[in-house]
Write a protein that binds this ligand. Structure first.
Ligand SMILES: Nc1ncnc2c1ncn2[C@@H]1O[C@H](COP(=O)(O)OP(=O)(O)OP(=O)(O)O)[C@@H](O)[C@H]1O
Ligand SMILES: [Mg+2]
Length: 311
């Protein structure tokens, strides 16, 4: 039987660094959302790129809220904001600041990640921020040695300090996204439940195949995530069923609903679980974190079994 309890939510009562982060205990949901079997296990060093070159499909919303949900499940998590729009950086409560050291300093100027990574308001969640300067990086990187491998190199010294590193990619298949896809173990692809849902997905899958052949032979698909699902519309249900019949088990069971609280949270600089823990959006991202951890556990088990059988 699954034992459900609260310790993973201790951060919600006493978030460490930020006065506005207080959440009244009375605001906590009636039933706990993360089960204790997820806690205390660690999956050192998995890097997941959140990518889809189509814009506005929920990459950043997923990065910020999955990252925070993993963190409250006691998984040490790093978010790397690879997008010059810096929406993950803003969504985690860091206002624009031209003086801030960003991923640009790591990729182009080769500054050590320790100088760039900052703690966030959420315990267990760190950020390697972005800023406007990152927009120039793809051009400056073009003539540099190992231009597609610079992010992997940058993260190599810190990846073992985290259970999960999430890379929020820009809406383009540019050098920043290529660096993310070359650096990661797997890619999580958010797809919006709308009419043009599959537009660009075949191009992205082609790119992943090419990257497997050239830059990253171990690249796996972490899963396809249906976002902005509206259960009231036939269109959402149709798109969801088409994607499931097309991609089968590669689609996460968890579906992210269209939820206005998810859209509001970034303007308060908070992940959804610190903005409105009651919301469907919060529940769905906690559920996604649980599914991701369950999958990581299954992979670890399979790995042990293969080793035991001498394969
Ligand atoms: N499940 C949701 N329900 C309601 N609004 C959402 C949801 N997910 C994302 N949004 C909103 O949709 C917009 C696009 O989301 P987001 O920024 O996460 O997409 P993106 O793929 O990162 O975009 P870009 O390609 O520009 O980086 C944002 O305004 C966000 O707040
Ligand atoms: Mg984004």
């Amino acid at each position: 039987m699954e034992h459900l309890f609260w310790p993973s939510f201790k951060n919600l009562h006493c978030p460490p660094h930020h006065p506005s982060f207080h959440v009244e205990p009375a605001c906590l949901p009636a039933r706990p959302l993360i089960d204790c079997s997820m806690l205390g296990e660690h999956f050192l060093g998995r890097i997941i790129a959140i990518a889809n070159q189509k814009g506005g499909v929920g990459k950043t919303t997923t990065t910020v809220n999955l990252g925070a949900s993993l963190a409250v499940a006691e998984q040490r998590t790093l978010i790397v904001d690879c997008d010059p729009q810096a929406n993950s950086t803003g969504g985690l409560g860091f206002p624009r600041d031209p003086a801030r050291r960003t991923l640009y300093h790591g990729l182009v100027l080769e500054e050590a990640p320790g100088r760039l990574i900052t703690k966030t308001q959420v315990e267990n969640l760190d950020l390697l921020p972005s800023g406007k300067d990152l927009a120039g990086a793809p051009i400056e990187l073009v003539n540099m040695d190992g231009r597609e491998f610079r992010l992997g190199k940058l993260l190599s010294s810190v990846r073992q300090s985290y259970d999960f590193t999430l890379l929020d990619c820009p809406p383009a298949l540019d050098l920043l996204t290529l660096n993310a896809l070359a650096a990661c173990d797997s890619v999580l692809i958010p797809i919006q439940c709308e009419y043009f849902a599959l537009e660009g997905v075949s191009e992205l899958l082609d790119t992943l195949m090419r990257i497997r052949k050239s830059l990253n032979s171990n690249l796996a698909i972490e899963g396809i995530l249906l976002t902005m699902f509206d259960e009231r519309t036939t269109l959402s249900r149709q798109v969801s069923s088409d994607l499931r019949s097309f991609f089968g088990g590669q689609v996460f069971r968890t579906v992210i609903p269209r939820n206005v609280r998810l859209a509001e949270a970034p303007s308060h600089g908070k992940p959804i679980i610190f903005y409105d823990i009651h919301s469907k959006g919060a529940e769905s991202y906690l559920q996604l974190a649980k599914e991701l951890i369950t999958n990581a556990k299954a992979r670890t088990r399979e790995g042990f079994e293969r080793t035991d059988s001498g394969a």
